[in-house]
Design a protein around this ligand. Sequence first.
Ligand SMILES: [Zn+2]
Ligand SMILES: [Zn+2]
Length: 279
Amino acid sequence: MSEELLEQIDRLIQKRPMYKETLTVYRDLMSFLNDIEPEIKYEPADELVHDIKMKEGFPLFSREDLPVDLKAASSLYHRLLEHLCSRKRKDREGLEKALTVAQADPNWIRSVIAASLSGDEAATVNMAQEVNLEPVVLRFLTHMALRPSLNTLKESYSGRIQNDRWDYGYCPLCGSSPDVAYLNEEGKRFLHCELCGYEWYYQRLKCPFCENNEPEELGYFVSEEEEGFRVDFCKKCNRYVKTLDKRVIVSLVPLELENLVTLHLDILAHEQGFKAPHG
Ligand SMILES: [Zn+2]
Ligand SMILES: [Zn+2]
């Protein structure tokens, strides 16, 4: 991980001490990701076929068939789990149990990853219960473990995405929903993919989840604690997306990290009756 990112995370820990544990874990785990070189086996379809599919709203890959390196992801998952077991955490017992299960059954981690990718919420919850962990912990580790593969995919294939033709609320690369959004210096909105981290332009006055564009059914509230963050919501489908306004704050940390350290906004949104943006 770059020195720069390390410094940014340290600054963020100072600024938001309530997220110290989350940020420290993120920083620690990121350092494991550096030396992984995933093998991506994928024969790209004809460019013309891709173009036609994308025009019809099909992302480049679907989550279930993402050509990720499952072997590399599983062994990385194992190492991340081992690392977390060595920390003083409230859920250490659950983590140790997960490690024991993973050691006894080499396919367990693969099943956890597969459940996350196919969006099989029930299976994720079951496997989390089996080891007394919160499902969010399994999902977080899956995202981290897949990161090297997803980064390679992004680098190799994002050139095939014609951004100006993509007018959908899901990721053009992997089909996932956005977890956060940002407004750029010109006030244009970009959505950030919750899985692969790809960013794409999307109209401001349109709900990414149900495509509702009635102005009176769309709205946002702002964070009192912090300038530059808002929560855009849709009264039709009751979903929301947290939005970082780059005209107000200069954020240098990755958006996925901004997402992790703005959980207070999710709590506010849930209190107002809005549902989680994805899942
Ligand atoms: Zn994506
Ligand atoms: Zn909606």
